[in-house]
Design a protein around this ligand. Sequence first.
Ligand SMILES: O=C(O)C1=C[C@@H](OP(=O)(O)O)[C@@H](O)[C@H](O)C1
Ligand SMILES: C=C(OP(=O)(O)O)C(=O)O
Length: 452
Amino acid sequence: MATLKVRKLKSFPTEISVPGDKSISHRAAMFAGMASGTTIIDGFLPSEDCLCSVKAMEAMGATVDPLEETGGIGLTKLAITGNGPQLKAPSGPVDCGNSGTTIRLLSGILAGQEFTTEMFGDASLSKRPMKRVADPLRLMGAKVEGQGEKICAPLKVTGGSLQAITYTLPMASAQVKSAILLAGLFAPGKTTVIEPVATRNHTERIMSHFGIKWLREGNAISVYGGQSARATDIVVPGDISSAAFWMVAAAASPGQQITLKNVGLNPTRTGVINVLLRMGAHIHNSEETTDGEPRGNVTVKGGDLNATVIGGAEIPNVIDELPILAVAAALARGTTRIQDAHELRVKETDRIAAVAENLRRMGVTVTEFEDGMEIQGGAKLQGATITTYHDHRIAMAFAIAGLFAEGETVIEGSECIGTSYPGFEHDLALFQKNENGEYPIPVISRAPRKLK
Ligand SMILES: O=C(O)C1=C[C@@H](OP(=O)(O)O)[C@@H](O)[C@H](O)C1
Ligand SMILES: C=C(OP(=O)(O)O)C(=O)O
């Protein structure tokens, strides 16, 4: 088990470029693998989760050529050549690691294939509910077999002749929406997903990018079956969910300023900026390119933060940022309430319990509810030993809390950070100059290295 030690912040970088967006990298790998021809993906996130999606597509017949590596984090540019939407049966079970996005989106693709595939994951993924994808995919005609009432992994999907459905999502989940839309590509007729609350729309945007037509009527999103993806190069912006850690570090540091470069600014993901603005942070974005996904630089200036309420339709937009927003709440004046966030209980770990437990260890008063928590801000944070429960967002959120704590904060089980943010420890070191003006971890160069 790896351990990350964090001390109170001693230095402040003026700029950080976070690695590629995780949600978009998964989708780019999957659509490229289902397209006929070669797609170059630039800005790919070489995290363990996204590499599971690449390896899965490779196991099912796609060819993967590495093109560029970026210092210390790995493969950031690759070419994927697919053979069209009918994939090859993999020679064995597919490893989805820690990745909910891999197993759920892949289930949608596999529902359209005429073979049986088994998918498995690590201990955390094996506890997460797959019934939410099994239910609609079974209605479409796929056979989905899993473990117990929650239909957990290992999950076996046998696809084939699907029928189009209209399905109202019982929970706000972009993964379930995406699984149904992906399966809909293999079902004759119009498949419609109705989402009661808007969730991230990367699947819809990437379908347009790969030449697949879809339509939105109110809160209903539809695709017609029988369409194939057209290979098209794609540039992935930086991940706002990773940038969020540095946004909070800066927002809670009066007198400091940081610019996060080339961050994805899709409005279904920018809730974290809205929440921090409401808490009193000074944030400015410059929106740039819009070849499918908006992106830009985000500058955050520190100040005194105030408590807020986070809930309702805003929740899906900040779902992965709630652990770090809970840390922001601990650093703010007043009591912050997070509500309507039951979904946090079925992530890599129960994130409500894990955040409450670790905040308390640092000296914060937290009241836990079924759907969220109340956090009393303003207490002096004390360094503590943090349990990550193998959840990358818990590890990174509490590493940021450690920058504001007296004494040392020890993040036990920090290896999970590689799930979404390879290079996080090195970026964190930019805040940790020691007495001699040296960084505790060598600061890596992010210079790209061409492989071909
Ligand atoms: O579609 C996606 O890429 C994701 C959707 C969200 O999950 P849910 O669909 O379970 O809300 C999010 O928490 C996850 O990190 C990525
Ligand atoms: C919940 C997450 O990812 P996934 O569902 O893909 O495991 C996350 O990245 O916070």
